[in-house]
Ligand binder design. Structure first.
Ligand SMILES: [Zn+2]
Length: 122
């Protein structure tokens, strides 16, 4: 089960860092798509030949589809990281991200031994 596998493998702090990097990479991709669309729109005028016009239209549609996908992934990844980040602090001793994952969904504090539910299962 993702993200439990990755958190178990990497530890929460590194998992969280990687998610933020991945999320922002998607955001940058989405932004580049926006720039590509703007550039194509500038080239799109009705005086060009039909194949040229169609080529740019296909580029705009592709960039739009990728851009929408990228921005959605950015939102999903960040909200997932955010919601797990809120559960990464031990309520008993206040230690942040100092837990070991007890499969499938429990966190076990390395400092005080407190356990809590990290993931909602089912
Ligand atoms: Zn603790």
């Amino acid at each position: 089960m993702e993200p439990a596998d990755s958190i178990g493998r990497l530890g929460f702090a590194r998992w969280y860092e990687r998610r933020l990097i991945e999320g922002h990479a998607w955001f940058v991709s989405g932004f580049l798509c926006l720039i590509a669309i703007a550039a194509c729109m500038e080239e799109l005028n009705l005086r060009g030949s039909l194949p040229r016009l169609l080529g740019y239209a296909v580029l705009v549609i592709a960039a739009l589809a990728i851009g929408i996908y990228a921005i959605r992934r950015y939102g999903q990844i960040l909200s997932e990281a955010e919601s797990l980040g809120e559960r990464a602090t031990c309520r008993s001793c206040g230690a942040y991200a100092r837990f070991r994952l007890v499969p499938p969904a429990q966190a076990h504090c390395r400092r005080c031994g407190n356990e809590w539910t990290l993931f909602e299962t089912g």
